[in-house]
Write a protein that binds this ligand. Sequence first.
Ligand SMILES: [Zn+2]
Ligand SMILES: [Zn+2]
Length: 337
Amino acid sequence: MKVSYWYNNNDIRIEDVSTPVAGPKEMLVKVISCGICGSDIVEWYRSPRAPLVQGHEIGAEVVATGADIKKYHIGDRVFIAPKVPCGTCFYCRNGHDPQCSEVRERLPGGFAEYILVPEILVERGTYLLPQSITYDQSTFIEPLACVVRAQRRACVKKEQSVMVIGCGMGGLLNVKLAKAKGCKVIAVDINQTKLEYAARMGADITLNAADNIPDRLVSQYGKKADVVFLCASADSAVEQAWKCVDKGGTIVLFAVPAPDKQVVVPVNDFWMKEITIQTSYYCGPPDIAEAMNLIASRKVVVDDLITHRLPLTDIVKGFKLVSDGRDSIKVIIKPHE
Ligand SMILES: [Zn+2]
Ligand SMILES: [Zn+2]
C-alpha cells in the first residue's frame, strides 16, 4: 500500500509498504477521505515526531476485523479519533480530556491507503458514521469538535457578539457554529477571498484586518466584541484580539504564535476590565459526539468549505495549498482516487 511520510512541508515522500494484517483485537480500514488540518502544516508543532504519517481527519471503511472484534464489521463506515483519553484519570474526570495523562497510543495517520487501527482505538476511538454523514463530511468531525470545545469553554451563547480573527478552516467553522448558536458574528482577515467565504458562511460583518476594527465594532454594535476567537498566528492578529474585546469579555486562543515569539499581554488593562484569556486545545469524546450531531443534522453545513480533493500522489500540492492559504479552505486527500 502507499503511505506518505512527512519530513517537513516541502519534503513528503510516498513509499510502498506492505499492507498490515489485523491482529485479533485490531482492524484494518481503507482511508476514503482525509483532510489536511491547519495544524498539519505547523512545522514547529509537528517536526519533533517527523518523519511521520500525518492525517487525523479520517473517514474510512472497515475492510478487515480481528477475530475478537464484535462491534464492527467489514463495510462499516467509520470516523476514528487520532487518540483517546482514558476517561478515569484526574484530568478526564474534570473535563480536561485533551490533558489526559494516560494517552499512549496514537492512530497512524490517514495520508495512507490503509490504517491498522490499534485495540484501544477500536474500543474507544471509533465512531460509526450515520448515513447522513458522507466520507468527505466526516473529515470535519475532528476540526468541528475542536471548535465545539473552544466555544463551550468560552461559554458562547445566543446574541453575543463573536469576533473571529483569521478565516481559514478553523476560523470559518467558528463562524458557522457561532451563527448556529444565534450570535452576531464579525469576521476578520487580511485576505479578501477569505472574507467573501466568511460572508457566505453567515458572518454579519466582514472586516479587513487593516481597518480600524475597534471603531467599526463600536459604531456597529455600540461596544467591542463579547468573545474574540484568535484563529491566526500572526503577531498583528494577537494585537488585534487584545484591542477588540469588550469589558468582561473573553479572548480564546484557538491558534497561537510560534513558541519563539514573545507575546505581551496588557495585564493591567485586562485586570481592570475583567477580561478572560481562555485557551482551547484539541477536543474530547463529548465534543466529537456533538460535532457529529451538528453535521448529521445539518445545523452546521460543511460541504461549502471543501475547495480541493486530491489523490495521495498530490499530497505535496495539498500541503502547499494549505500552507499558502490564499486559494484553499479545506483540502481533502482521497488515497484511492
Ligand atoms: Zn486537526
Ligand atoms: Zn485520562
